[in-house]
Design a protein around this ligand. Structure first.
Ligand code: PLP
Length: 420
């Protein structure tokens, strides 16, 4: 038998539990597929971040894109975190979950006028601005609203985060941010704009970063620019270094911890005396979640065995779009093993959770758990093939709460039915 993957999804007497809730028993009650989250896992990560940064004025803004379920957002809000948002929808959810506006930062290369208006009205802590045109538009809209908008410039430090190209965001060729060599000029323009208050500097170099030395490189470049700005008389309030800390996906992964991040960046940030903002998403929630799905059919072909389950790429798209690895285990521990492709029912060859995987030998009706699925799982889900999105459940000790109802066909079709 292999050891437990983490402390939150553990086998007890051969059955998988999330904290003290039997996943098998829960499935019998609520059906499948569903996302299940451990509250303890979330709190443990929050506390690690808080502890790692406790000696320096730091605002930890949870990146909603990782998972924006309102009940989970409340946990982050109740524990004093801020919010990192990238859309009007995320602003709406952040406010609904209770995040105060002065703890909300807003990034994104394509903010619409309506979204900008909404965020100015909410008096958010900072727009993380990604282009000169965006600065102009925010300035204009703020003027019309007779307000001053707080802005930071997202600087692209041209650092390779050594991760998947689709989640590398700080390279010169990427669509994000403003090139570092143009930074000074853009700040000079920004401080002259009447309806803007320039409050900070922002960067985010990528996601699933396993080697924290890349943060050192990025933060050194950003701090360098902060000093250049000071020389020009441009004083900022904070440095925001984004998110990106990697998590365990493979059993052998040893991801960096918030302490590793703090030890790497704080000595550099301290030189400026500016407050720090960080925007972790994945690392706060990935380990807390698993996607539970039931085996519908086993299909044995000459070349391969297929385990066909009742969840698909509409619920968890990471394997399909990034070829991402998620560790997959059976809910009932099995001694006999099989090698199979674990696939969903969707009409796409890319609809898989794992290829050529060794897992416990399963049969029709058995349950499997797809681990490290708390981040970029439910938040990237869709209704492709008119499939209702999975239910979501939060576990706290031996209690559980449904935090998102299962969708049904009427719900999915409602907005279309209203117009026919
Ligand atoms: N901040 C920004 C601007 C981002 O684009 C992202 C993710 O893409 C994050 C924070 C969160 O990153 P992660 O989930 O890797 O911590």
């Amino acid at each position: 038998m292999e050891g437990n993957f983490n402390d939150y999804f553990v086998y007890k007497n051969g059955k998988l539990y999330c904290e003290d809730v039997s996943i098998q028993n829960l499935s019998t009650k609520i059906g499948t597929p569903f996302y299940i989250y451990s509250k303890k896992a979330i709190l443990d990560m929050i506390n690690q971040y808080k502890d790692a940064f406790k000696d320096y004025p730091t605002l930890i803004c949870y990146a909603l894109k990782a998972n924006s379920n309102l009940s989970l957002l409340r946990i982050f809000e109740e524990n004093g975190l801020g919010a990192d948002i990238v859309s009007g929808g995320e602003l709406y959810k952040a406010k609904k979950a209770g995040f105060p506006s002065n703890k909300i930062v807003y990034a994104g290369v394509g903010k619409t006028d309506a979204e900008i208006m909404y965020a100015i009205n909410e008096n958010i802590l900072s727009f993380n601005v990604e282009s000169v045109m965006e600065l102009d538009v925010i300035n204009e809209i703020a003027g019309k609203q007779h307000k001053k908008a707080n802005v930071s410039i997202r600087i692209n430090p041209d650092v390779d985060p050594k991760t998947h190209p689709y989640i590398s965001t700080g390279l010169k060729k990427s669509k994000f941010g403003i090139d570092i060599d143009e930074g000074l000029d853009v700040y000079k323009k920004a401080v002259k704009m009447e309806n803007l208050k320039v409050v900070g500097i922002h960067c985010h170099i990528g996601s699933q970063i396993m080697d924290v030395s890349v943060y050192k490189e990025a933060v050194e470049k950003i701090v360098n620019l902060v000093f250049q700005l000071k020389k020009e008389g441009i004083e900022l309030e904070f440095i925001d270094i984004g998110g990106g800390l990697g998590v365990k996906y493979y059993p052998q992964d040893i991801p960096p911890t918030p302490y590793d991040l703090a030890n790497t960046i704080l000595p550099i940030v301290k030189q400026t005396g500016l407050k720090l903002i960080i925007e972790p998403g994945r690392s706060l929630i990935a380990q807390a979640g698993a996607l539970i799905t039931k085996v519908i059919f086993i299909k044995d072909k000459k070349e391969k065995h297929f385990v066909i389950v009742d969840s698909g790429m509409n619920d968890l798209i990471r394997p399909s779009i990034y070829n991402a690895y998620h560790h997959i285990i059976t809910v009932e521990e099995k001694t006999e093993k099989m090698i199979a492709d674990i696939v969903g029912p969707i009409c796409e060859t890319g609809d898989f959770f794992g290829l050529d995987r060794e897992i416990g030998k399963v049969n029709r009706g058995d349950l499997i758990a797809i681990l490290s699925a708390g981040a970029y799982g439910s938040s990237m889900a869709s209704n492709y093939n008119v499939r209702p999105k999975a239910m979501e459940v939060l576990v706290d000790g031996d209690k559980y709460k449904i935090i998102k109802e299962r969708e049904d066909y009427q719900y999915i079709s409602k907005l279309e039915e209203e117009v026919v």
